[in-house]
Design a protein around this ligand. Sequence first.
Ligand SMILES: C[S@@+](CC[C@H](N)C(=O)[O-])C[C@H]1O[C@@H](n2cnc3c(N)ncnc32)[C@H](O)[C@@H]1O
Length: 270
Amino acid sequence: MRPLLKWAGGKRSQVKRIVGLFPGDIRERGYHEPFFGGGAVFFHVEPNSGSINDINPKLMNFYRVVRDDPEALIEEASKYRYEEAEYYELRTRYNSPGLSEVEYAAILLYLNKTAYNGLYRVNSKGEFNVPFGRHVDPTIVKPRSIMRASRLLGEIEIRCGSYDYVLDAAEEGSLCYMDPPYHPASETANFTDYSTNGFKVGDQERLRDLCLELNKRGVNFVLSNSYTEKVMEFYGGHGFRIESLKTRRSISSKVSSRDSGYDLLITNNV
Ligand SMILES: C[S@@+](CC[C@H](N)C(=O)[O-])C[C@H]1O[C@@H](n2cnc3c(N)ncnc32)[C@H](O)[C@@H]1O
């Protein structure tokens, strides 16, 4: 199925190439996605078991509510109207403490469908600060998709923390799909902050070490990252398969001219 949310760096347009690197019987294996975001790959694969994780607590609360209380989510989000004053009122509520889990989830869904460009961005205090977006009659709630996602998430462990839990969670023969914040394509590009936590070069190096460890333990991994010398250097020379993949960004005018327009896909599934 399609993802429920639009997310920066979402992989919907690349999903076929990514899944092409997975073992053929992937739905029979454990599946772990530690940088979940909109989870385009998970929702495409529809795995039967495993775990999902993201460092963004309100995002993972959303998926927990989708799994455990989808009717309440649908009912709550159906109350909200696409209207500028209501948008700012709901945005203020979202940034306040004390709402129920269902309310936070419903407002996140609303903001995702109505914010400028469907962006999720927070300021240094962790407050969601994207302005109202101009959309043509956006659909905020798709009850059937929510119910379907709820069934899909039924047997999946939903976590919220750092990605390295997979070292404990991923059993031999399972698969980890990893889509971290990308190493910047140029020194000046600054798109590492999806949540309040930046992902620095040291973090990229630690993630590479984690891939080496997963490989040692017989866990399959597929990782997306930017097509940069640094990423090549990190993953080259270990016997991994490294492929390039043309991205949509290459046709965007907003992108740094030094962006190669390609991503890398790295896997030990050779
Ligand atoms: C490129 S996005 C993933 C997009 C996703 N594949 C999709 O299709 O929508 C990267 C995600 O990693 C999360 N993240 C950043 N640092 C993290 C960390 N240390 N541990 C776990 N998740 C992290 C961000 O909140 C963000 O949602």
